[in-house]
Design a protein around this ligand. Sequence first.
Ligand code: NAD
Length: 264
Amino acid sequence: GNGLMAGKRGLILGVANNRSIAWGIAKACANEGAELALTYQGEPLKKRVEPLADELGAITVGHLDVTDPASMDAVFAEIEKRWGKLDFLVHAIAFSDKNELDGRYIETSRENFLRSMDISVYSFTEIARRAEPLMSDGGSMLTLTYYGAEKVMPHYNVMGVAKAALEASVRYLAVDLGGKNIRVNAISAGPIKTLAASGIGDFRYILRWNEYNSPLKRVVTTDEVGDSGLYLLSHLSRGVTGEVLHVDSGYHVVGMKAVDAPDI
Ligand code: NAD
């Protein structure tokens, strides 16, 4: 890299393993000289995340579960103690009960609806509020969304409703924080085979469909999402906020199945 992110410090939430989208973003930022702090969700992920952090010369700042306020208190206290400030934040967290990412959206239970909204939507607002006072020199916040927010996608169900709310919250947060030169954006990533995606029914079919029908005729990689994340977290995007950037091989512009797409 050329040191695009030199002197910048960022908190990355949502690395579970080396297939995580958050990991692609972390690599891109570290390669440009950013100093990173990673969290992990619970002890089982600790032993996966720590070696990854080491690879990037990043620090780990403990367990963070967005349903556990004490864990967020501890992580932000640690950031405050170690760095005293923050330049950027990545939120790559979502959850729904797997059983409801199949079949009909109408069957969504109140319990899973509220839990999905809490973990996948409210958490970004709460983390943004906690990060705001640390971004005293301005900053950039980024979350991850999916086209299922805009159009009905098979099996995405309650996550589609949650992502629509997440995208709306990006716009509201952008206005709340713009006066402090804190920017808030989202990347709408095309389908990628990660741990979270393994909960979605017929995921292989969805990957194939995107491959055959997107303008670039392929699916995107975590590294590609990482590079676009780098843009939104760096000063190159300093005039951009409240935006949802599609990093999906252009799939979102297509209105119809490609005439030459094979039957899958
Ligand atoms: P992933 O499984 O690697 O990452 C999901 C992360 O969410 C994990 O690190 C997990 O620990 C974390 N998480 C879940 N519940 C949490 C909680 N209560 N507290 C703290 N962390 C919690 O999968 P991913 O695909 O990299 O997902 C990252 C983001 O990208 C998600 O918001 C997802 O919806 C979004 N996204 C994924 C795709 C895709 O096809 N993979 C496409 C578009 C958007």
